[in-house]
Design a binder for this molecule. Structure first.
Ligand code: EPU
Length: 427
């Protein structure tokens, strides 16, 4: 099995360019189902979740040409199946993003029920309630959701109970082909949703308000293929900012390839902790001269502090001069990472959805298990400052969302390697 081995204590310097945003690319790939013909996506990250979404589309009859490492040409003209099978949905919940576009174009979809995941129960009830309001009939059997809109979709007002990213996206992708106007009230405002709406509008859709809590979609008869560039990954950028804040002592690192406005609250909180973050062309420069200060953070939908940066922020607060509180409001089970960080010497107490972190002087390298995608990346970053060696296993989680993570860290001067070791469970 592969692990990531980190030798702590090496200063970082130089620059790193982040890849395209995972959570944008996956939805843009799903959205190509709406436009028969060849859509080209640029700046697509080469990560395993993108490969899974590629498989989902191919199973339906799409063809995908890998033009180069970051450019995919997806042709959905010949799609003749409407099913996202269990083995792929179980690998990646975001496969459910094909439901909206399939209903928009074909009026039907069969999607394996995603079930829970290592972040908690993660229901899709809001997707279903919203699509029902547009006229979709749902039925479930043998672990599958059957969605039928053969009588057409009709625009209406949908008020979401919570600003769910996935529900907002599925609703937008169905509503672009509905009769009349759909209004999504309490829509999620994440930059990846704006990216999706931009591409759909380039394809001929009529969406206004994406990025605000009220999105209005006027249905159109057809969408056409386009060439679109995926936005930069704000969470990958945030992860490298944390690495720089920890290890760019007496110097700085530059993180580019993303829009710093997409990380507003993260930058604000890190600045309060004493990290200096200057805006530069296409990104930021990160520097820290002083001791890290404690901070209180609560995760919230955009423009609040992203849950996807919670674990990385916990690494910083674990080394602050005082006590911090991090409150997780989005997922019910996203503190599994904390117990791994405790194995590295952090002092963290979990009380319900609050983590109380008492800063320590230093971390000590240890063998730890990546609990999920962001937690895994955060453990590697923690290893950069820890004393001795840190070995992070279950790194398939990290491969889901970070392209060339080890190589990028090495280019900044980190001593990190991907190593193949015998699997202890084989004994
Ligand atoms: N929820 C429901 N019912 C629903 C939909 C959501 O109860 O119908 C709950 C979820 O269980 C969760 C919360 O609402 O507790 C937020 O879910 P949301 O729908 O906003 O998230 P998502 O679409 O499932 C996306 C990202 C996540 C990111 C969240 C929040 C993708 C593929 N995933 O998930 O990214 O954390 O939004 O910003 O876009 C990651 O990249 O590591 C990751 C987990």
């Amino acid at each position: 099995m592969d692990i990531i081995r980190v030798e702590g204590g090496h200063r970082l310097s130089g620059g790193v360019r982040v890849s395209g945003a995972k959570n944008s690319a996956l939805k843009l790939m799903a959205a190509t189902l709406l436009a028969p013909g060849r859509t080209t996506l640029e700046n697509v990250p080469n990560i395993s979740d993108v490969h899974v979404m590629g498989k989902v589309l191919k199973r339906m009859g799409a063809t995908i040409e890998v033009v180069d490492e970051h450019r995919l040409a997806i042709d959905t003209s010949a799609v003749d199946s409407w099913e996202a099978p269990y083995e792929l949905v179980a690998k990646m919940r975001a496969s459910t993003a094909v439901m909206g576009p399939l209903l928009g174009r074909f009026g039907r979809a069969k999607i394996a029920m995603p079930g829970g995941c290592n972040l908690g129960a993660r229901k899709i009830d809001m997707h279903i309630l919203g699509l029902e309001a547009l006229g979709v009939k749902f039925d479930t059997d043998h672990g599958y959701i059957h969605a039928d809109a053969s009588e057409g979709l009709t625009g209406t007002t949908v008020t979401l109970e919570f600003a769910s990213v996935g529900a907002t996206e599925n609703l937008i992708m169905a509503a672009v082909r509905a009769k009349g106007t759909t209004v999504i009230d309490n829509a999620a405002r994440e930059p990846e949703i704006v990216d999706l709406a931009c591409m759909l509008n380039e394809m001929g859709a009529k969406i206004v308000g994406a990025g605000s809590p009220v999105v209005q979609i006027e249905g159109v008869e057809e969408l056409h293929p386009v060439t679109h560039r995926v936005i930069g990954d704000r969470i990958e950028a945030g992860t490298f900012i944390v690495a720089g804040a920890l290890m760019a002592e007496d110097g700085d690192i530059e993180v580019t390839g993303f829009n710093a406005a997409h990380l507003g609250m993260v930058i604000k909180k890190f600045e309060l902790m004493g990290v200096q973050i200057d805006r530069i062309e296409g990104g930021v420069r990160v520097h820290r001269a002083d001791v890290l200060q404690p901070v209180d953070i609560q995760t919230l939908p955009f423009p609040g502090f992203p849950t996807d940066m919670q674990a990385q922020a916990m690494v910083l607060s674990a080394l602050a001069d005082g006590s911090s509180v991090i409150t997780e409001n989005i997922f019910e089970n996203r503190f599994m990472f904390a117990s791994e960080l405790v194995r590295m010497g952090a002092s963290i107490r979990i009380e319900s959805h609050h983590a109380i972190i008492h800063g320590v002087q230093g971390l000590s390298g240890a063998q730890v298990v990546s609990p999920d995608l962001r937690g895994g990346a955060a453990l590697v970053v923690a290893g950069l400052i820890a004393d001795g060696y840190t070995e992070v296993s279950a790194i398939h989680h990290i491969d889901r969302g970070y392209e060339h993570f080890v190589e990028k860290l090495v280019s900044l001067g980190a001593h990190v390697a991907r190593v193949n070791v015998p699997d202890p469970s084989d004994d």
